[in-house]
Design a protein around this ligand. Structure first.
Ligand code: EZ4
Ligand code: CO
Length: 403
């Protein structure tokens, strides 16, 4: 199973995606997502310039050895660029291993531990009323779990509220990031009213989630968590910046609202204390940014020991290749919690044909050998890369704040 070809494909069917495609001498192919939103070309270069020469001629079946070779062999450890590049290689090799074995990857991971993967959708509104109505639209479509985000009175724009309805996309094309303005006190006054209105309108028969997107201090987050308790959130996501791990101790002292963290983490070393000290309830690391299936499994296994469940990131910047891989892992691990799911645009779905499907609020991975996802390279070539950035966020006095 010698690796004969390694290609890095950059495409922009509405947004940028970087995909690694590995081909063996016998003609088996595997794909891995390598997209790092707003910093895409850094990963493309890491793969093309530094990893590709190391893979050619190597045995594609040696996933464990290749992972360690790329991780320890670089000397420089961790970081989003490195771990995304390693993830792409790892994912593509699992895809190949599944095809070589004639089995879907979830079978190689020990088989299905559940019938489907519970997902949550994103209900967004510019106003409270719009957000409440959007939650209803998701429930009508069969979602059992919905994240709600709303514009905040007095703020021009806020995280999670897009221009269109289904395809919220925070990155914008251009040579400079968009800038947004934030005021914590306006948000903190408003957020409990939003949860109250959603529960008032739609009841408690579904899971309600909310993403703070790293913007509070620990004591502010503690206040919000406490205020949210009557509305029984499934989770409060990223209440504070992910670097401030000690801050989660303070949040924990004040509230039983479950906490989800980890979409910006890229290794087990970023979250082992949060897990072993039981400071969080859901770990949001996912395949593409946390070293692939091989490494994410280790994080999930550690989390299982401490009753921390999985809740992988699944926004639109994670390609259908990542989603497919995530679903194979989600469906097989004992401590699965929930999977984020934002459907991609039809243009993106056409570039990445895939067999997973949405059914009754769950995603079901396909049963064909490998991951059940591919990239249409001819179609991908019609959408050249466009420079794009995530927004930069400032307080009302101009201070740069966490976005
Ligand atoms: O801002 O994926 O929970 N989801 C999120 C996402 C992230 C983007 C960053 O690339 O927080 O919307
Ligand atoms: Co988030």
């Amino acid at each position: 199973m010698k690796i004969a070809d390694v290609r890095v494909i950059v495409t922009c069917p509405g947004r940028n995606f970087v995909t690694l495609k590995i081909t063996t001498e016998s003609g088996l192919t595997g794909v891995g997502d390598a997209t790092l939103n707003g910093r895409e070309l850094a990963v493309a270069s890491y793969l093309n310039d530094h990893v590709r020469p190391l893979l050619l001629g190597r045995d594609a079946s040696q996933i464990n050895d290749i992972w360690q070779y790329l991780y320890k062999g670089a000397y420089w450890r961790r970081g989003p660029v490195t771990m995304t590049a390693i993830a792409a290689v790892d994912t593509a090799l699992w895809d190949i291993k599944g095809k070589a074995a004639g089995m879907p990857v979830y079978q190689l991971l020990g088989g299905k531990a559940r019938e489907g993967v519970l997902v949550y959708g994103h209900a967004n509104g510019a106003t409270l009323d719009e957000a409440v109505a959007e939650v209803g639209r998701f429930l009508d479509r069969g979602y059992r779990a919905v994240r709600v985000q709303s514009g905040v009175p007095g703020l021009a724009a806020t995280y999670g509220v897009g221009k269109g309805r289904d395809f919220y996309e925070p990155a914008t094309a251009g040579t400079r990031p968009e800038e947004t303005v934030w005021a914590t006190e306006k948000y903190l006054d408003f957020a409990p009213k939003l949860f109250d209105a959603v529960r008032e309108a739609h009841g408690f028969g579904f899971h309600l989630l909310h993403d703070v997107h790293h913007r509070l201090t620990p004591i502010e987050a503690a206040r919000l968590g406490k205020a949210a308790e009557p509305y029984r959130l499934f989770w409060l996501e990223d209440p504070i910046s992910e670097e401030l791990q000690e801050g989660f101790r303070l949040i924990r002292r004040h509230t039983v609202t479950p906490i989800a963290v980890g979409e910006v983490y890229n290794s087990i070393w970023d979250c082992h204390r949060l897990i072993t000290e039981q400071l969080i309830d859901y770990i949001r690391t996912t395949v593409v940014h946390a070293g692939g299936i091989t490494h994410l499994r280790r994080i999930f296994d550690l989390a299982a020991l401490y009753h921390v469940k999985t809740g992988s990131h699944g926004a639109t910047d994670l390609s259908p290749v990542c989603m497919a891989a995530a679903l194979h892992l989600d469906i097989s691990v004992p401590n699965f919690g929930i999977q984020e799911y934002m459907p991609h645009t039809p243009e993106t779905d056409a570039v990445f044909p895939h067999s997973y499907r949405f059914e009754d609020g769950m995603l079901i991975p396909g049963d064909e050998p490998g991951l059940g996802v591919d990239i249409d390279e001819e179609l991908a070539a019609r959408y050249p890369y466009r420079q794009a950035y995530l927004p930069v966020n400032r307080l009302e006095d101009g201070t740069v704040h966490d976005w």
